[in-house]
Design a protein around this ligand. Structure first.
Ligand SMILES: Cc1cc2nc3c(=O)[nH]c(=O)nc-3n(C[C@H](O)[C@H](O)[C@H](O)COP(=O)(O)OP(=O)(O)OC[C@H]3O[C@@H](n4cnc5c(N)ncnc54)[C@H](O)[C@@H]3O)c2cc1C
Length: 547
């Protein structure tokens, strides 16, 4: 006996449905409304802000400078908003996003506390039928996934996580009210960006802090400071030129282009250059020489420079060695910026457990058991990262033309045209999807570029009286191959990183971002737009909507 499909309580018809109310979803809403498209954003969280809504752990902050990590689409917004620090904290960025939502009147277009669970393409009508966990549904011409590259938090696959009797936190789903660790024995599991940011601050409160590390990461000092008003005013005056430099750069942050190989200069000259880049920003060290990210010997010079810094800071040589990355080239896992991270291990009540030496066995009711012993703790903090780039997209049951599912299409890893579209899934768009520079860049720059591309492309289609836009399979294959070749020409595939999907058991290993640089990528997209979007097919639905 067949079970009838439950009818949704209501179906809302819109021109465009955007999933996710982070920086990408809100700007998408603003752009599409500006083009007269009836647009709704659906967001799982109870508030706007995406990453900056969810990640409220102590120490959470951006490691791209505030004056770079901000929208550029409105000169008025640029001028009226004042940042307080070089690197903005999570609360400050969230205040900024909320200001943007209010200033541009976006809140009434956002449906909060609603998770999109499935989307099915109706080929005859050229429209998406989208359903949510709230039991309602949307009938949308365009479906835009602004679901985030780092929005699906991951806990480690160890037995017993549910049995722990104390308090459990995940950095990616931190409570809204402050968490007090005073006098408590705390375990932090994970030493990626979030762990490295939060460990020094938890250490300030906790009676005892034990850090469980599987892989050490390279971290550099943030050298954070309050922003000097004169410096901010000068940047605001120079914003157009500075933004242009960011848009045409490699990582979305203007840096002087390297001209030399790390191997063609003397040790002293190289060290002086690394020293000058140390503590300046996230990408300076990586960008010091032309071959840091493509040549292992060149890379080793930067990696050893950081390891020397670790040894100079951490007093116990054994702990310093355990904290020193040796299993991946510098920069091939997300580099980190920190405030007092390595020095924190000099504190008597902070302990490092190297899980490569004594693997994690289980979480017990009382704490954490490794192959060696049990560590009793009151609180457990998972800083274990995300199912990156594809996680949020594949959680949704996306069914395109002829019943093809996105999960099946990406079973061997994501394939896309420009990180924006997948052939066979017309009118489905991804903002900073796999195959675009996305997480290798200042995301603000990449988000604005993708949103603008989608909005402009839809204006082009609608201007021709067409409502269906779809990547050709050939363009998708060609771009995916280009992304693969570009990635394999670098050292990135040598790391077990979330860029490669390595942090999620069973996930296909494939370098998912485009390393060609945001400038080159933007130029390519602009060229396609100027030539009428070759690689995309524009058409009308077979069954037009009744007038
Ligand atoms: C701790 C942390 C620090 C970071 N630091 C930097 C940095 O220094 N520089 C930088 O460039 N980038 C940084 N990033 C990356 C950051 O994610 C981006 O900069 C940016 O905020 C992404 O915006 P977004 O709108 O694309 O996605 P997100 O902010 O992730 O928003 C996506 C939203 O979609 C919602 N969503 C997902 N699936 C569904 C669904 N099925 N139904 C309904 N809603 C859904 C989520 O709830 C989320 O709110 C950081 C990320 C993290 C986690």
């Amino acid at each position: 006996m067949s079970v009838p499909t439950p009818r949704p309580a209501s179906v809302t018809t819109v021109d465009a449905l955007v999933v996710g109310a982070g920086l990408a979803g809100l700007y998408m809403l603003h752009r599409l409304r500006g083009q007269g498209l009836d647009t709704v954003v659906v967001e799982a969280g109870d508030g706007v802000g995406g990453t900056w809504y969810w990640n409220r752990y102590p120490g959470a902050r951006c490691d791209v400078e505030s004056l770079e990590y901000s929208y550029s689409f409105s000169a008025e917004l640029e001028q009226e908003w004042d940042w307080t620090e070089k690197y903005p904290t999570q609360p400050e960025i969230l205040r900024y996003v909320e200001h943007v939502a209010d200033r541009f009147g976006l809140r009434d277009g956002v449906r909060l506390s609603t998770t999109v669970t499935a989307a099915r393409y109706d080929d005859a009508r050229g429209r998406w039928h989208v359903t949510t966990d709230a039991g309602d549904a949307y009938d949308a011409e365009q479906l835009i996934m602004a679901t985030g590259c780092l929005s699906v938090a991951k806990t480690p696959e160890v037995p017993g996580t549910d049995t722990f009797a104390g308090r459990t936190f995940h950095t990616g789903h931190w409570p809204h009210e402050p968490v007090d660790f005073t006098g408590r024995r705390v375990a932090v599991i994970g030493t990626g960006s979030s762990g490295i940011q939060t460990i020094p601050l938890i250490a300030e409160q906790a009676a005892e802090l034990t850090v469980f590390q599987r892989t050490p990461n390279f971290s550099m000092p943030a050298s954070n400071r309050p922003l000097d008003p004169a410096e901010q005013a000068a940047r605001k005056q120079d914003y157009p030129a500075h933004r242009e430099a960011a848009r045409t750069s490699g990582f979305g942050v203007p840096v002087e282009a390297a001209t030399q190989s790390a191997l063609e200069v003397s040790d002293d000259e190289r060290d002086a250059r690394y020293e000058a880049a140390w503590g300046v920003n996230l990408v300076g060290l990586l960008s010091s020489y032309t071959d840091t990210i493509v040549d292992r010997a060149a890379n080793d010079t930067a990696a050893e420079f950081v390891r020397r810094k670790i040894r100079a800071t951490v007093q116990d040589p054994e702990v310093a060695e355990a904290l020193s990355p040796r299993d991946h080239p510098f920069g091939t896992k997300r580099p980190c910026l920190d405030t007092n991270y390595y020095a924190t291990y000099n504190r008597d009540h902070v302990h490092l457990v190297d899980l490569r030496a004594t693997p994690l066995a289980e979480i017990t009711p009382r704490g954490v058991r490794t192959s060696e012993r049990e560590y009793e703790v009151d609180d457990l903090v998972f800083a274990t990262g995300f199912d990156a780039m594809t996680g949020a997209l594949l959680r949704i049951d996306v069914v395109g033309r002829d019943g093809a599912t996105l999960r099946d299409r990406w079973a061997d890893g994501p394939t896309t045209n420009l990180g924006l579209q997948v052939a066979g899934f017309p009118n489905l768009w991804m903002i900073t999807g796999p195959g675009s520079p996305s997480v290798l860049s200042n995301m603000m720059v990449s988000i604005e570029q993708h949103v603008d591309f989608v909005a402009d492309c839809l204006a082009f289609a609608h201007g021709r009286g067409e409502t269906v836009v779809e990547s050709t399979p050939e363009a998708e294959t060609e771009w995916t191959e280009h992304v693969r070749v570009a990635g394999e020409a670098t050292l990135y595939p040598q790391a077990n990183s979330w860029y490669m999907g390595s942090n999620v058991p069973g996930k296909p290993r494939r370098f998912m971002a485009y390393i060609g640089g945001v400038g080159a990528y933007r130029q390519h997209c602009d060229d396609l737009a100027a030539r009428g979007y070759p690689g995309f097919v524009f058409s009308s639905p077979r069954v037009p909507e009744p007038a």
